[in-house]
Design a protein around this ligand. Structure first.
Ligand SMILES: *[C@@H]1O[C@H](CO)[C@@H](O)[C@H](O)[C@H]1NC(C)=O
Ligand SMILES: *[C@@H]1O[C@H](CO)[C@@H](O)[C@H](O)[C@H]1NC(C)=O
Ligand SMILES: *[C@@H]1O[C@H](CO)[C@@H](O)[C@H](O)[C@H]1NC(C)=O
Ligand SMILES: [Zn+2]
Length: 693
């Protein structure tokens, strides 16, 4: 069996899945007066910018100085802005934008109307916001007891708010698994953990999943976190689905998934996305197969079947979405180093300020814009003493064309050096599209901001660049071995992530489209089909495992992360091409390339005034107008070749599932109605397996 096996599975499943592609468009009013429309948009631009400034400022004040007063102010501003949104929506929806000749006005009106839920009645609109904020609250306050310890005192107060409301991007940060963890002691015991039931997802639970190698401890935290979130969230989520669908239908869409997809302006969006998944799937299956064998070596065949799916608690992450934490188990050449320049940065006396200056220099060296004085005056570049702040790194546009800031509790580490470059790329994007109207000061589609920021950091986090900026000296190690270790680190973060980032919205769209029955079963069905992972313990419809993912319950679409991960390599490749890079893609550094700077500016300047396909066409000099994974596959080609050699004796590239795998998530809480369903699934899987044989 070789890699073609993987292709056959995908082909088969692609055949099983049929979509009704989005043809719908929001409903329109009857007003065709162009002068009135232009007048409205001018006023809107001024008012929306002002509103955006006030909301952003109140949010900034809160997250950089967490007090009850600042929280109240923020909630007040959000309420005012939500009223403004509803009012503007009514005005905008009164126009028949198809009859306006001016393309840009048409586009602006569409942006106000298409993704809003303002078509709901006041009561329902408020209820929907309320339900979402309750779900976030439940998620952010979920706590579990330490493994193997008795609950002690759940009432001891802890550090305030650590929630993730203002998350930048869950996959960002190229943290290297630089410490070879060999915990044969339970991780909880090896640390000075508090002896009370106060462990949160971030940081305690996340750390345990990343570093513990004790299966029972991993299982315990995996299950406990789901017990503390899912059941409380399920009913609220069902109400959310109902209301979001009503809003979508009232706006003219088929369902809420249809409405979410409309921002991509692609009539065959679902097919396009599925095609991308199919193209990256052979690479994923090579990585998967190699990682599985290493897990069999570590945990034994009773835990991980040699040709089966992987139990999802063993991959170093709560959602099995990013596997970089198990680098110690899968490192291709343990005798060669894993690149980490942290100690060199410390030796050279780096400070957070110097790291940001370096990041600014990266962009100005390409002829791009420097950060304005306001940036250096008002940003929060390190954790301030004596006040409580929310530390997730993020880049801020205050919507007044003056004020741009970054908030990051920077520490002198390689990971934070990469992160400074990532956040500075967002600032660069803001600066480049500053002259656009407010509605166009955004990425070309929801994937662009992250894609651009990560494309830039691909150039920072590679050996040639680290050598150029004096942080990495060529040691005596075999360059091939160092490269394979490097590519493996990247693959554990980027390639392993793709099927997860793909399946989250496949599931969400199916719930919006087909309803809320068997939600948990369908979640695991898709996890198995696309990621090849199974739950480590039986699940039923009393559980609600999608609720363990913040973006699901906080109403944030997820497919953008899938597309961003693919697009970042596509953008990177184009930047490398114009900079005249020769050689391996993964070694390309665009530092000091004016040509790359020019192209990057061209991608950024239009904001969202042009469609993503227009911008991709410009970027590729007319070669294509679609997001394509070719560059990603090319980037990882050397690793893929190495993986193929490692996997040559494997019985199966990819995974086959059996009755027991499927039975893990086919139990009904009431013990009945789901049997026929799982039998059907089993039949499908058996057919697939036979085709493969
Ligand atoms: C933090 O916010 C409080 C208001 O709750 C304010 O009085 C205080 O000056 C702020 N501190 C800083 C350092 O901005
Ligand atoms: C590092 O040094 C080795 C020999 O010691 C050489 O073969 C290799 O090309 C060098 N790598 C880089 C990136 O300069
Ligand atoms: C991309 O280009 C093709 C033909 O070149 C065209 O048919 C298609 O509509 C374009 N796609 C988008 C999303 O504009
Ligand atoms: Zn980002």
């Amino acid at each position: 069996m070789d890699a073609n096996g993987g292709v056959a599975i995908c082909f088969f499943f692609a055949f099983c899945t049929r979509y009704v592609e989005s043809q719908s468009y929001f409903r329109m009013g009857t007003n065709t007066n162009a002068a009135e429309a232009m007048q409205f948009l001018r006023e809107y631009d001024r008012e929306a910018s002002g509103m955006c400034y006030r909301v952003t400022m109140s949010q900034w004040k809160f997250v950089t100085n967490i007090t009850e007063y600042n929280r109240r102010r923020m909630v007040e501003e959000l309420a005012i802005s939500s009223k403004f949104e509803r009012l503007s929506w009514r005005k905008a929806a009164a126009f028949d934008s198809t009859r306006l000749s001016d393309h840009q006005s048409r586009r602006q009106l569409a942006k106000i109307v298409q993704s809003s839920r303002a078509a709901l009645s006041d009561e329902k609109f408020t209820e929907l916001q309320q339900v979402i904020s309750e779900m976030k609250e439940i998620y952010n306050t979920a706590k579990i007891c330490p493994y193997g310890q008795k609950p002690y005192d759940p009432h001891i107060p802890r550090a305030p708010f650590q929630g993730s409301d203002f998350q930048d991007l869950p996959i960002q940060g190229y943290q290297l698994a630089n410490q070879p963890y060999q915990h044969y002691q339970a991780y909880t015991e090896s640390q000075e953990y508090p002896n009370y039931c106060d462990m949160q997802l971030d940081p305690e639970i996340t750390r345990i999943l990343a570093h513990s190698r004790i299966e029972s401890e991993l299982l315990y935290v995996w299950r406990s976190f789901r017990d503390k979130t899912g059941p409380k969230l399920k009913n609220r989520f069902m109400r959310y689905v109902q209301l979001a669908n009503q809003a979508a239908v009232a706006t003219g869409y088929r369902d809420a998934g249809d409405q979410m997809r409309s921002t991509y302006e692609d009539q065959t969006f679902r097919t396009s996305v599925e095609e991308i998944y199919n193209q990256v799937s052979p690479l994923y299956k090579q990585l998967f197969t190699y990682v599985r064998r290493r897990l069999v070596q570590r945990y034994g065949e009773t835990s991980v079947r040699a040709d089966g799916p992987i139990p999802s608690h063993l991959l170093g992450n709560m959602w099995a979405q990013n596997w970089k934490s198990i680098m110690d188990l899968v490192m291709p050449f343990p005798q060669a180093p894993n690149v980490d320049v942290t100690s060199e940065m410390l030796r050279q006396g780096f400070t957070p300020l110097r790291m940001f200056q370096m990041a600014e220099d990266f962009y100005t060296s390409m002829g791009m814009k420097p950060a304005p004085p306001e940036f250096w005056r008002s940003s929060m570049l390190a954790r301030p003493p004596q006040r409580s702040v929310q530390c997730t790194a993020s880049a801020w546009d205050f919507c007044n064309r003056i004020d741009y800031r970054i908030k990051q509790c920077t520490e002198v580490t390689m990971q934070d050096l990469i992160s400074t470059h990532h956040e500075m790329a967002h600032i660069q994007y803001y600066l480049q599209y500053a002259d656009q109207p407010q509605l166009f000061r955004d990425g070309a589609n929801p994937a662009f901001h992250e894609a651009v920021a990560n494309a830039a950091t691909l150039s920072v986090y590679n050996l040639p660049h680290l050598q150029r900026i004096g942080l990495y000296q060529n040691k005596t190690h075999d360059p091939y071995e160092v490269s394979m270790n490097f590519l493996m680190t990247m693959a554990l973060e980027k390639v392993a992530y793709l099927p997860f980032a793909f399946m989250v919205d496949q599931w969400r769209w199916s719930v919006f489209e087909e309803g809320v029955q068997n939600m948990n079963h369908r979640w695991w069905q898709m996890k198995l089909r696309y990621q090849g992972v199974i739950p480590p313990t039986p699940r039923s419809e009393a559980d609600f495992d999608p609720g363990s993912k913040y973006h699901v319950i906080s109403d944030q679409e997820y497919i953008k992360y899938f597309l961003a991960t693919v697009l970042e390599f596509q953008i990177y490749e184009q930047l490398c091409l114009v900079s005249g890079h020769l050689g391996q893609l993964f070694e390309c550094d665009i530092y000091r390339s004016r040509e790359a700077g020019r192209l990057l500016s061209e991608i950024m300047q239009p904001g969202s005034s042009k469609s993503a396909s227009d911008i991709i066409r410009t970027m590729t000099r007319g070669k294509t107008n679609r997001i394509s994974p070719e560059a990603l596959v090319k980037y990882f080609r050397p690793l893929e070749l190495w993986l193929r050699v490692q996997n040559r004796d494997e019985p199966l590239i990819g995974w086959s599932s059996n009755y027991h795998d499927v039975a893990l998530f086919s139990q009904q809480s009431d013990g009945t109605s789901n049997k026929a369903y799982s039998l059907r699934l089993l039949l499908i899987l058996t057919i697939c397996y036979n085709i493969l044989k």
